[in-house]
Design a protein around this ligand. Structure first.
Ligand code: ZN
Length: 336
């Protein structure tokens, strides 16, 4: 009986560490079995509860993840569209800057042309009365090195603002240039037109097809009286009815017939010179006509005080006849 009872009891020795005493726990055998069993049962209950809980948490998490994914997708698409618009913007700015560059080149070209025009005017307007030397026509006094920023090679996003600003500056600069040019170019053109008129108005064209001179300007023996006399022009021999050309552009101020001169024409040129054409067989212009340089004005003849078909050609400067040769000789070389 004792042994049976003793057999039913079991002793547990609980040893913690050196400082603590060993504890003895006496338990009956069924209890020894029951405790772990209860523990196992409660543990499995706990595990089941935990599993239930975790699956709930997992499904919640899954929902959250799904939501997040959707948000991410939305975000991604908005990022994509933003990237596209940035790209578009970049392209726009690149286009703009290349336009600005083209425009600058055009401006420089115009400036160059204007300077050429100025040189042209300076070269040909020596006889013109220039108002003042400060009246230079070149309107572009801009130093290109200051404003041409070189090639735009690559554009990164952080450079966009700089580029945009630069482009804006370029356009502003060009607007100012355009404004200056708008006021200056008409002036330049007017001057050029005046110069052109002066040039075409210079009586430099040989007035006949024949170049045989029979009498020069100055003192000579008069062919009629044999006495010394002043010859106010040059005589060019030619065929009766041959063409007579205006030596320069101008206005016909006289077209008539009078004794010694025969049929004659006087053209007034813009620079104050006059050219006289005498002994004509036929006059082909009227007083008041504007004639171009080289325009046929009459037919050569022998009217008036003349010994044979020839043109008496005379240049009058400030009411005084001057030697025509310095005028028409220079231009004659252009035609020969
Ligand atoms: Zn003569």
């Amino acid at each position: 009986m004792k042994s049976a009872t003793a057999n039913r009891r079991m002793t547990l020795l609980v040893m913690r560490d050196a400082q603590h005493s060993v504890k003895q726990i006496h338990l009956s055998k069924p209890l020894m079995i029951a405790v772990p069993a209860a523990a196992v049962l409660s543990l499995s209950g706990l595990v089941l509860a935990l599993q239930a809980h975790s699956s709930q948490v997992v499904s919640q998490l899954e929902q959250k993840v799904t939501l997040e994914n959707m948000k991410n997708l939305q975000l991604q698409s908005s990022v994509n569209s933003r990237e596209q618009s940035i790209e578009r913007l970049q392209n726009e700015i690149i286009k703009l800057s290349s336009q600005a560059k083209d425009m600058q080149q055009k401006m420089e070209h115009v400036d160059e042309l204007e300077q050429q025009l100025q040189q042209f005017i300076d070269k040909h307007s020596t006889s013109m009365s220039t108002d003042d030397s400060t009246d230079k026509v070149s309107s572009l006094s801009w130093d290109a090195s200051e404003h041409v920023g070189g090639e735009f090679i690559a554009v990164h996003e952080n450079e966009m603002l700089d580029l945009a600003q630069e482009t804006k500056d370029d356009f502003q600069e060009m607007q100012e240039l355009l404004k200056t040019m708008e006021s200056q170019v008409p002036h330049t053109l007017k001057k050029a037109q005046e110069t052109q008129t002066q040039i075409s108005g210079n009586p430099t064209l040989w007035p006949t097809t024949s170049t045989v001179m029979t009498s020069s300007f100055g003192y000579r023996t008069d062919p009629f009286t044999g006495k010394a006399a002043f010859h106010a022009g040059i005589d060019i021999a030619g065929e009766n009815g041959g063409p007579v050309y205006a030596a320069g552009a101008g206005k016909v101020v006289t077209a008539e017939e009078s004794g010694a001169r025969g049929r004659y024409v006087i053209i007034e040129h813009p620079n104050g010179l006059q050219t006289w054409y005498m002994h004509l067989s036929k006059i082909q212009v009227d007083v008041g006509d504007s004639v171009d340089k080289g325009e046929q004005i009459a037919l050569l003849g022998s009217t008036g005080r003349s010994t044979g078909p020839h043109l008496h050609f005379q240049v009058v400067k400030k009411d005084k006849p001057v030697n025509p040769l310095p005028y028409i000789r220079s231009a004659n070389s252009e035609y020969n």
